[in-house]
Write a protein that binds this ligand. Sequence first.
Ligand code: PMV
Length: 299
Amino acid sequence: MWSAPGKVFLFGEHAVVYGKPGLAMAIKPRVFVTVRKARHPPKVKSPYIEHCFRELGVNGSVYIHSQLPSSSGLGSSAAVVVSTLAAINEEFDLNHDRAEIADIAFGIEKKVQEGRASPTDTYVSSFGGIVLIKGGSKRRLPPQTMHLVIGNSLVSHSTSKMVEQVSAFRKKDPLIVDPILDSIEATCTRALHCLSDPKILGRYMDINHALLDALGVGHPSLSRLVLASRAAGAYGAKITGAGGGGCMIALCPKRHKSRIAGAIEACDARAIITSIDTEGVRRENERKGPRQTGRQHHH
Ligand code: PMV
C-alpha cells in the first residue's frame, strides 16, 4: 500500500498559465492504493488506473481508498496516479525513483486530460511540501507550519473551461487582464518573503482573491465562504485552483480552526481542517491500514 497527498494553490493560479510564478502546497488528506500482481489488466473504469498499468507494462489488481473529494481542484487524480505508480513500482520491483514517478504521472494526466494538465499536481503529490512553479521549472521551498481550512463549495466547475474563459477575456481586453496577472504575480513574489508570517500572508491571500474575482473566476458561493472565514477570524482567505466553483482556502490561527470550519459548514459547504504535508508519496504499513490524516467533516 502506498499513499500520496492532495494539494492546494496558495498563490498564482491562472497566472501560472501565462508563465507567472505559482505557489502550491501538499495537504494532509491522501489517497491510499494497494496493488497486487495479477494475470489480467485491472477491472476498473478509471482511465487513470488503466494508464498506470499500461505505462509500466504490467498487470495487477488495485484497491483505492481516498480521503480527497474528486473533481474539486484538490489534486485527487494526481494523488491516485502517483500512489498507483509507486505501488506498482514496488510490487514489480521496477526501481523507478520519485522524480521518475512524478514524470510518468504527469504524462498520464496529460494523456487522460487531453493536454490540459499542468505538472503542478503530480509534482506536489510526489514530493510533498511547498513548491514554487514558474514556466517549466519547479523549486521545492522549506516547509512552513500553516493552519488551513479548505471550504469545498460543492459547486461543480471545469478547470479547462475556466482557463479558456480567462484566455478569451485576455484576448478581448489585455489592457485590463494583463495588469491583473502582473498583480497576481506580485502577490506571489511578496508572499515568498513572508511564508512564516500568517498575518501578512493572509493579507496577500485576500488581495489574490480579489484579483481572481476581477479575472472572472469567482462564484457567489466562494465569496460567501471567503467572507464567512474572515468574519470567523481567518488571517486571509481566497479561491484555490481554477475557481468558478470548487474550493477556497482560509489561513487560520490554530485556535480558530474549528470555528472557521463551522462557519464554512454553516454556508452549506464542506470544511476540511488541514495543514502542510511534507512527505509526498510514501509506503504505508498495510496491517495498520490508512493512517488517520486530515480531518474531514461530514464525510
Ligand atoms: O486544477 P486546479 O483546480 O488546481 O486549477 C488549476 C490551476 C490553473 O492555474 C487554473 C490551471 C493550471 O493548469 O495551472
